[in-house]
Design a protein around this ligand. Structure first.
Ligand SMILES: *[C@@H]1O[C@H](CO)[C@@H](O)[C@H](O)[C@H]1NC(C)=O
Ligand SMILES: *[C@@H]1O[C@H](CO)[C@@H](O)[C@H](O)[C@H]1NC(C)=O
Length: 166
């Protein structure tokens, strides 16, 4: 991962932490320091959401391809094979959900942006829940999908609540 992307991801988490009150005491201060919230908050957060959605889509497509490639190898355990087949459908649906989420985002319908990002989280979780133990190859990527789709859902939900200012 390149340095600029890494630091912008770090920055992103910083913003998300600040936004959603994981550090409630410093919430206002951090936001005031890092971006001119009094001037452009919805626009700024709108751009942030676009970035998060793109990472979520990228990770979801990668996971779909990964599941597909695992399925091409010989798999001894029929339960694992059946579950991987479910996962392929889950990630296919998650790709659709995120595409719709992104379309709603472009249409400035934050409510449905949030809703469809949540559906993608659900698809990824239901893939993982089908295993006694999530395949090691899938673990990191699926967690990334869940993380970024959840962040997208939360940011969109936050924008929905503030959208009467725009
Ligand atoms: C969200 O999408 C659903 C289904 O496409 C639609 O019926 C509903 O009106 C949308 N919600 C809003 C707030 O537009
Ligand atoms: C998720 O996507 C981003 C952006 O393309 C990428 O930098 C990151 O490595 C991906 N995450 C994983 C776990 O592969």
């Amino acid at each position: 991962m390149t340095k600029p992307l890494y630091s912008s991801l770090f920055f992103l988490f910083f913003v998300v932490v600040a936004l959603f009150g994981i550090l409630p005491n410093v919430k206002g201060n951090i936001l005031d320091d890092i971006c001119p919230t009094t001037l452009f908050p919805p626009l700024y957060i709108h751009g942030l959401l676009s970035t998060v959605l793109h990472i979520a889509q990228d990770n979801t497509t990668s996971t779909y391809k990964l599941v597909k490639s695992i399925l091409k190898q010989p798999i001894k355990d029929p339960n694992v094979k059946a579950q991987l087949t479910n996962c392929l459908r889950n990630y296919n649906d998650a790709i659709d959900d995120l595409k719709r989420s992104n379309d709603f985002f472009k249409a400035v319908d934050y409510e449905n942006t949030s809703l469809f990002s949540s559906y993608a989280v659900y698809e990824s979780l239901s893939c993982n829940h089908g295993f006694n133990e999530v395949l090691s190859q899938l673990k990191q990527l699926s967690e990334s999908v869940q993380e970024f789709c959840s962040i997208s859902a939360r940011i969109a939900n936050n924008l929905k609540q503030s959208s009467h200012f725009t």
